[in-house]
Design a protein around this ligand. Sequence first.
Ligand code: ATP
Ligand code: MG
Length: 564
Amino acid sequence: MTDYLEESAEARRSLNFIEQIIEEDLRNGKNDGRVHTRFPPEPNGYLHIGHAKSICLNFGLAIRYNGKCNLRFDDTNPTKEEQEYVDSIKDNVRWLGFDWEDREFYASDYFDTLYEFAVKLIMKGKAYVCDLSAEEISNMRGTPSVPASPSPYRNRGVEENLDLFRRMKAGEFPDGTRTLRAKIDLASPNMHMRDPVLYRIMHTAHHRTGDRWCIYPMYDFAHGQSDSLECITHSICTLEFEVHRPLYDWFIRELEIFPSRQIEFARLNLSYTVMSKRKLLELVNAGLVNGWDDPRMPTISGLRRRGYTPASIRLFADKVGVAKRDNVIDIALLEHCLREDLNKKAPRRMVVTKPLKVIIDNYPEDLVEELDAINNPEDPEAGTRKVPFSKEIWIEQDDFMEAPPKKYFRLAPGTEVRLRYAYFITCVGVEKDDAGNITCLHCTYDPASRGGNSPDGRKVQGTIHWVSASHAVAAELRVYEHLFTREDPDNVDEGGDFKDYLNPDSLKVLQARAEPSLDSPEVLSNFQFERIAYFSVDQDSKPGQPVFNRTVTLKDSWAKQGVR
Ligand code: ATP
Ligand code: MG
């Protein structure tokens, strides 16, 4: 994927700290010059933009250093994991443009090996079966300054431990009655080293191993070892795993397995967004959004349905870079990256969102002209299309004012404007209903201004878009705002909940009139509706009844800030 390197070279020029570490390892001849990363999701929900960051980072490093990147599902918790999530994750990674080739792995494929690892620890006297309940273990954990109390089972003999662990596996004990714990250091200031639980009993079927197991490894006993088993050279993960690293390194030493090097970076946080699968699941389950792919969701499937392009997300991931400290990225940067991409790619179309009828008094009754309109001024190869023009057209209500203020350059009684690609028109009359609402405008056109060109050098101040009334297609526009009203919905006051800050106006539906070329557009295709916003075609579209999602507005608040 050479595109990827070009894109990212454009986005930034200096090495980030992870690349510095990798290049140093390469210089030192570590791992025989191999770079092997992985993206390790837990299939317990749909991926979000934070995961996209991690995907771009891991696959991107493999591309940059001629290495490999695995897709590995860390599926150690059968109560929360499902095949549906596995499928959506694979689909998302592919859509983002990355390829794991034949390297699709599952922690559950290693259950036998992990069991053997546990046995090895028991034999070395480094693990024991503990009969305490989860609550008792937690009560005895101590505090960072007070050591944990030893479990009464801590000094069980190797034979007894092996026997009990075998019987745990054989299904002899009910859920929660026993665990296997590592025997490390009860006084360690790192709580993760205080005899962490390695295995728990769970009589639950697993989405891949079925009923074969009733004991499951904890995430901490599976994640790092899975990296080692795959000979991952650089295990990149988010900061909260920094405190787990000593434990993972302890496993590497005690089990004498491949020493994957863990490197932590700060999770991506976005303003006006929540970014945890648990919270997103809550929104879905409570019906507060219309599913995981609701275009307001920060999920990859939501962004995709909204009209985000893979290139825009990759560009964003690159611009964000990698940080060592937690921070919040302005959602305006994500939108900026999207505009950068869409501006080059999205064909322009004319759509009137709040229609006002205009009758052109001097235009022949039955005449229909097919006028040429440019598809994309940024892309000469996109060519032109024909747009029909006739006596009755729709324009935006906002493009007319009966009593305009100074410097209003659109239509007003007696003023002349350009109809894009069509003619100059002058407003000569206003029709109203009994309540005084404007129902229709009367205009005259200058036949010599065909194509919107001035016939005699005279200038008009405004250019507005329009659609022919008898040819227009009724289109549904779904206009989105941020899902939350607060920049930091996660950071709520005492007793509050992130759901208290849902934006009641995050979705508005408009019935618009679109030019006829938008009659049956392809689902997910992107457009710029001139002067309005970027839109993409929703899957609810039907021929003759197109439905569009507002992808992003035209105004770039990020570029305006001058911060790049
Ligand atoms: P969440 O906390 O949102 O539910 P998670 O960390 O539990 O996500 P995993 O499936 O364990 O989700 O994550 C897969 C990979 O994606 C991990 O390597 C994780 O570090 C990374 N990741 C998850 N969230 C983010 C984020 N916000 N920014 C960057 N990387 C992330
Ligand atoms: Mg996780």
